[in-house]
Design a protein around this ligand. Structure first.
Ligand code: UTP
Length: 306
């Protein structure tokens, strides 16, 4: 294994300071990362995913109107005492779970100046180490592990690693898209270029960037030099595009893991609804009651009953 790749990844950065305008009005005073997927906020699934990949040091990038995120990962003494007094062990364990999950730290992004700027806010905490970045509203199904594979790829090739997902030609223009070449690993590609929201017909592939990254610390230096791009925001994609042109030891190269599992963008209303229905249906304690209702509801809809 090359020297530049040897350092273990122990830190995760979870940007959660965005405005969440796609989910207004719910996100006027509530962070979109706190919207519940059944009975747990989306960001808790994201922190659980980091911990499952062995990353126990989690830095959440927060901002104004995001205080409830800090409260969620902290102790809730009054609630705990009330549940303890009732000897409600099951709910007490649920309440404590999020505060015992990881070593959670916070840094505030003064203004939401883009995902690249949010990641740059992590520079001091992360230091000269590679780290994982997990977007706080983007969930990967725990049954389809991705982050461990991305960490393995970083350890083999160094540089940075993106998660890529194939979408239909109609959808590519809504996302950041990667130009790729194959490697000798079937699920790993070399990323040669990145294009943010390519016009229809000009997309370099159908593989889009989703919300998981393993980044070399060189990304921070590049982000400091990255001017605001699309939407006047400092884009992480622009910095990764620079790293994709660099060699080993300078923050490059950039590889992509081709992800074929289930991913949910909970910051999008329709995807959020799909996520809740899927997770509720799969739950042993809720599915048996929920699914027959759902079937009946859909059958009635088809018959025009309600
Ligand atoms: P999105 O691209 O979903 O942007 O951010 P957004 O502004 O939050 O949402 P919409 O489009 O207005 O609905 C992806 C992730 O990056 C974080 C968000 O919190 C989300 O987890 N982010 C984005 C920041 O932390 N800071 C920013 O300045 C922008």
């Amino acid at each position: 294994m090359a020297d530049f790749a040897r350092r273990n990844i122990i830190k995760a950065v979870v940007p959660a300071a965005g405005l969440g305008t796609r989910f207004l009005p719910a996100t006027k005073a509530t962070p979109k990362e706190m919207l519940p997927v059944v009975d747990k906020p989306a960001i808790q699934y994201v922190v659980e995913e980091a911990v499952a990949a062995g990353l126990h040091d989690v830095l959440i990038i927060t901002g104004r109107s995001k205080r409830s995120i800090e409260d969620h990962f902290d102790r809730a003494y009054e609630l705990e005492e009330a549940l303890a007094a009732k000897d409600d062990k099951e709910r007490l364990a649920l309440v404590r779970e999020s505060s015992e999950l990881a070593y959670v730290h916070y840094v505030r992004q003064g203004e939401p100046r883009g995902l690249g700027h949010a990641v740059l806010c992590a520079a001091q905490h992360v230091g000269d180490e590679p780290c994982a970045v997990l977007l706080g509203d983007d969930m990967i199904d725990p049954r389809d592990p991705l982050l461990n594979r991305m960490i393995e790829v970083r350890q083999r090739h160094g540089g940075s690693v993106l998660a890529l997902m194939e979408v239909s030609p109609d959808e590519v223009s809504r996302y950041g898209c990667a130009a790729i070449t194959p490697t000798d690993d079937g699920d790993v590609v070399r990323v040669t270029d990145l294009v943010e929201k390519p016009p229809r017909g000009e997309e370099p592939s159908r593989w889009i960037i989703i919300g998981r990254y393993v980044v070399d610390p060189a990304v921070f230096g590049v982000l400091r030099e990255t001017p605001p791009g699309r939407g006047g925001e400092i884009q992480l994609t622009d910095a990764l595009k620079v790293l994709a042109e660099r060699g080993p030891g300078e923050g490059g190269p950039v590889h992509g893991v081709l992800f074929r599992g289930r991913r949910y963008d909970t910051g999008d209303k329709v995807d959020y609804l799909r996520t809740v229905v899927q997770f509720a249906s799969d739950r042993e304690d809720l599915g048996p009651e929920f699914l027959p209702w759902l079937r009946e509801f859909l059958a009635d809809r088809e018959d025009g009953v309600r």
